[in-house]
Unconditional design. Sequence first.
Length: 482
Amino acid sequence: MTNVGLFFYPFRVETNSTEVYLTFEEHADSTPSVEGKKRRKGLFDFLKPSPFLEEIQDKTAVDKKYRYWRFRTFYAMYIGYAFYYLTRKSFTYTIPALSGSLGFDKAQIGLFGSVLSITYAISKFLSGIQGDKSNPRYFMGIGLILTGVCNLCFGMSSLFITLLIFWGLNGWFQGWGAPVCAKLLTHWYSHSERGRWWSVWNTAHNLGGALIPLLAAFCIQCYGWRYAMYVPGILGILGGLFIINRLRDTPQSLGLPSVEKYRNDYIPERREKASITAKEILVDYVLKNKYMWVLACAYFFIYVVRTGVNDWSLVYLMESKKYSILTAGACLCWFEIGGFFGSLAAGWISDKLFRGKRNPINFLFTIGVLATVFLLWKTPMASPVWDSILIFIIGFFIFGPQMMIGMAAAEMSHKKAVATATGFAGFFAYLGATFAGFPLGVMMKSWGWEGYFLALSICCVAAALLVAPLWSIKSNPKGETF
């Protein structure tokens, strides 16, 4: 038996006389096995899940510790993921200064976005698999530190190929964030309340998205584009150290009962095994789970719309309505503001009105996006106020399914497969983000802005049709697979 590591993804290779297979150690209780006592420590053992401690029996102590650790876990995740967004979007707002300084054309600039989306998509899937069998404290923290390092290296470089490599690596390490957060949200917050907690966490996107243009603009104006990469990079490294200091693993690793037991909030049809292998997690609870494929395909179309609006609206407003870059940017900033309120509303409505069902939100909010995109398409007049309102509404509605499809994937899989399920869905999402770049640009070149709005409308319809049959489904009963 050997410990192996690949890009900090540790696993064990176990062999017998007939087969070789991969497995990840599962700490099911506080007593190490005989095999565990004899096993030599590996270089990456600190990334393995923390062992369960003996459960605390004093209910007062349990309640006090639970309240403390739920709050601490949440703010660490929130701040950490906002920092992930700073290091992911830093390049976006340095494009004008960078291209002017290094002489890159639009095709070269566009390639950076495509490379980031592709490496992020692959990493999010693979990191999801590993995230279910890792300690989130180190996995998320080290990932953020490495994204910071990539930002620093990018800022120090000038050659196109070197910049492309560092930005691709940044996309890879970016994938270490979201699946781990999904795992923590599932282990620390029970089903009847999770929509609200998840929705507040999701606004970390909006916080990071709102801060980075201001930070980048200040750095570029005062010191040049390289500092617009250096500062997020340093913040990312500090944020990673903060995560490692603040986060811990599951409640059981701190001697607490599971959150379902603590809140008496069980999903009756879901029964759990003490230990699940990596193969079972990936194959039985994700690849053979029909809901995962439906949600992943819907996610693809949602991310075409989300990324298409985010990346192309500025150009649309400037070209079609002749706005200045300042006016167009002022209109577009309402996208993130709308997303902030939309995320909060989606979580609250799914918990309170639909009693933990996520797919009614996915369907209704997608219809809302479709209607608003159509209004933006068919409003030829130049009115910054009206366009800001429409972009705010699009942001409000699109961030509902952007959050809830990932959440539905987590809840329709298995508690011990959350990171894998969200990583799998996220892989398809960022394939959609990739499509919103170069392929959508080619369509616009051939058919203009009519082609752009038609593509977004078709994607909205496709996403709505995919999630509509899942309206009444809250979770996936164990064993209900293809």
